[in-house]
Design a protein around this ligand. Sequence first.
Ligand SMILES: *[C@@H]1O[C@H](CO)[C@@H](O)[C@H](O)[C@H]1NC(C)=O
Ligand SMILES: *[C@@H]1O[C@H](CO)[C@@H](O)[C@H](O)[C@H]1NC(C)=O
Length: 349
Amino acid sequence: MKLQMLCLALVLLAVETNAIKQGKNVTIPALLVFGDSIMDTGNNNNLPTLLKCNFPPYGKDFPNGFASGRFSDGRVPSDLIAEKLGLAKTLPAYLNRNLKPDDLLKGVTFASGGTGYDPLTAKIMSVISVWDQLTYFKEYISKIKQHFGEERAQNILDHSFFLVVSSSNDLAHTYLAQSHRYDRKSYANFLADSAVKFVRELHKLGARKIGVFSAVPVGCVPLQRTVFGGMLTRGCNRPLNYMAKQFNARLSPALESLDKELDGLILYIDVYDTLFDMIQHPKKYGFEVADRGCCGSGALAVSYMCNILNPFTCSNSSAYVFWDSYHPTERAYQVIVDNLLDKYLSKVF
Ligand SMILES: *[C@@H]1O[C@H](CO)[C@@H](O)[C@H](O)[C@H]1NC(C)=O
Ligand SMILES: *[C@@H]1O[C@H](CO)[C@@H](O)[C@H](O)[C@H]1NC(C)=O
């Protein structure tokens, strides 16, 4: 008798847990992403910039080998996180001209490769600044209202996950153009303060669940090793990693206090440690190579330098942490995103 009741209780518990899980999944209507090439799924394709990659071998491991404009061999974190949230296998780029109103409902990415928190970064690269991405977001919301009504738009604002991923280009490139105005530490602090300002703006526009990526160990990308890491040693660019860490040290507590101040949820998402560990111990994660990219010679090639005319592209990108000399492979992104889901997303949803 007692055993039967226990069994019944367990069955009920199982049913309930399942319902909560499904409920959790159902309550996230959309994923909306702001940032740079880590998150761009094709917004740069139609911009007058040299920073694009809608040609092979980019997309080599994407369905049908399609070079969609993603800065990788396959999918990027916008896609992988949308999949984790149960939304879609790929997240559309907002500036894709073929998008229909229905395609907007599960979210889009406004991210633009080459951009940063510093407005100068987008200007130098002729791409969309994160601040202009907010303008596109306003347009997105008004399109949702126009086609699906106020209530639907409000639901998307209240319950969607908003993700902000930037800083690598500011730290790695724009700092060199700003070093007469800032030292390393004060520039990193300026960027972190800009990120906080961005989150405030996004919250003002109605976003309520906002995650912000930390800076990555951008001093360890193959390009930085080649240029700054010493001819033979090709070590990481340490001063650059120091800046990334300073950015994180400033950003993390600032977001924590913003989370207390504002309604909703503001989340600092650390990706530095996971990527750094993957680069230092690639074998631990099933990778063979972490100091060169798969594409071309792997030491310098990005965008147009990594093209079909370059005969050295590796055959198995899954063995590489980096796809080109700046961007991780889909498989490396998958390891990071799986790690994030365990650590953060499962707490939120
Ligand atoms: C949501 O559902 C999808 C598909 O059923 C699943 O793969 C994903 O892990 C779920 N996400 C969460 C956060 O539970
Ligand atoms: C590609 O590399 C990965 C990681 O080293 C390995 O697990 C996989 O078997 C390789 N695939 C092929 C087709 O060689």
